[in-house]
Design a protein around this ligand. Structure first.
Ligand SMILES: Cc1ncc(COP(=O)(O)O)c(C=O)c1O
Length: 467
């Protein structure tokens, strides 16, 4: 049978074709264009239809099969896989159903927060108080950039915990970091930018956002001291998106020397740095240096989010932009929407103002620190030869593996043992020099389940030739 598949490829793009095939297929599965059970062409057929070499398609299929997107059956071809149990269960359901899902699959993939720890009672108290107190003004349209009270409270909070230097009028509430990123991309395009530097490895979803907004993502490698600023200088871009406090996903922190050099670069090229500080609530004590924005508020757009510390479903984020950029950001936003929910924004202001956010952060930081301890112990015992990169912060551990380990075979073997985890390749754009790796998120598994899942992962590791 010669099944057909429409897969757009951009031959003018600098993105390798293998990456384009893989990302395009993954996107189609994730957004539901390709439904579970759908047959897709053989690698030979697709390669022929696309006019690319077969190895390109084989590589993409293998990786997507390892990640659980595709199902390859000998004799009956390749189909789109059913989503795993934990994916099929809606995220915000009753705690009991969440537990059932956790029992059938351990989900160590990045991209979620500890939803079970969402401070329901505190949040309900804040929302109830806001709704009870709301007058005409609170129930009406707020300025698109955000409720003035929330902007004021967040400005104070960000100064206090991250050293961010801003004013309420330069701070905008957004529908999560994602909207902030899309806004900044559009502002950059309006100012003549054609490309944006992104960390390699980095967040594949963010790269897609950058691409769909019309900018070309240019991968800049990252090492143990963070982004390679020397390579950024040579890349020709004039703006960069990065996670300087805790690189996602390797966990390195931008060194002091590179922070200075980066700011010098931005000033020299009249450029901007978009600082994604989404997980700063979980920085370990020794990693809590002030945000990069504090060094150059006129060059850095600081972006934060409630997704990790509270829940992604709130869709709340914030941007502190250079004053000179703010009017352009507001102008772009004016064509998109009329702001985020005023009630949620007021609830957030109350959550911060009553100290509930600080309390919750402290609790979560302690919990995640314990989970990192579990990772360290179990990796040493069950994944010999694996080396945890980065610092002691954040929500995931980057395990660098010995060069002989087959990353995709390991991801497949882990899945067969009910562990959902991603390999380092999922996060890379074009940097093919990195050794095999696993990225283990501990955001949504408690210490006991984490231990159990790492024992299972250890068995998969042995099976894949890791030990
Ligand atoms: C690298 C990175 N930045 C930012 C975010 C937060 O995005 P949002 O606020 O749109 O949920 C995430 C969430 O997974 C992330 O992984």
């Amino acid at each position: 049978m010669s099944w057909q598949l429409a897969l757009p490829l951009d031959r003018t793009s600098r993105l390798p074709l293998a990456v384009q095939v893989r990302d395009s297929l993954r996107r189609s599965v994730e957004n539901g264009t390709l439904r579970p059970g759908t047959r897709i062409p053989s690698t030979r057929q697709l390669a022929q239809d696309l006019g690319v070499s077969r190895s390109i398609v084989v590589e993409a299929y293998e990786q997507l099969t390892a990640e659980g997107y595709l199902l390859a059956k000998r004799g009956s071809g390749t189909t789109i896989a059913e989503p795993p149990t934990s994916q099929a269960v809606p995220t915000l359901v009753s705690p009991d159903r969440d537990r059932d899902a956790a029992g059938s699959m351990w989900d160590l993939r990045t991209g979620t927060s500890d939803i079970a720890a969402f401070p329901r009672q505190d949040w309900i108290r804040c929302v109830t108080a806001v709704v009870n107190d709301a007058g005409r003004q609170e129930l009406s349209y707020a300025p698109p950039s955000g409720v003035p009270l929330t902007r004021h409270v967040l400005t104070g909070y960000l100064g206090r915990v991250r050293g961010v230097r801003t004013r309420p009028e330069d701070l905008m509430l957004t529908a999560g970091f994602a909207q902030g990123l899309a806004l900044i991309c559009n502002v950059l395009i309006n100012r003549g930018h054609g490309a944006l530097g992104v960390e390699d490895p980095g967040h594949p979803g963010e790269r897609e956002f950058v691409t769909s907004s019309g900018l070309r993502p240019v991968g800049i490698p990252v090492d143990k001291d963070g982004l390679r600023v020397d390579l950024l200088e040579r890349s020709g871009v004039r703006a960069v998106l990065m996670t300087p406090a805790n690189h996602f996903p390797t966990g390195s922190r931008l060194s002091e020397a590179r922070r200075r050099r980066l700011i010098d670069w931005a000033r020299r090229v009249d450029g901007y740095i978009l600082e994604d500080d989404f997980d700063s609530a979980f920085l370990h004590r020794s990693d809590r240096v002030p945000a990069l924005q504090s060094l150059a508020p006129e060059r850095v757009v600081y972006a934060g989010s409630a997704s990790k510390i509270l829940a992604p479903a709130l869709r709340l984020g914030w941007l502190a932009a250079p004053s000179e950029l703010m009017a352009s950001v507001e102008h772009v936003r004016a064509g998109w929407d009329i702001g985020c929910s005023g009630i949620e924004q007021l609830a957030l202001a109350r959550f911060v103002d009553t100290g509930a956010l600080d309390r919750h952060q402290r609790k979560m930081r302690t919990e995640f620190h314990k989970r990192r301890g579990v990772i360290r112990r179990y990796v040493a015992a069950h994944l010999p030869g694996a080396h945890i990169l980065g610092r002691d912060s954040g929500l995931q551990a980057y395990l660098q593996l010995p060069p002989h380990v087959d990353e995709q075979a390991l991801v497949r073997a882990a899945r067969a043992r009910s562990v959902l985890v991603r390999g380092g390749g999922f996060y890379t754009l074009a940097d093919t020099t990195r050794p095999p790796a696993l990225v283990v998120s501990y955001a949504s598994v408690n210490c006991a389940d984490l231990g159990r899942s790492l024992v299972a992962l250890g068995a998969a590791y042995r099976e894949a030739g890791g030990a």
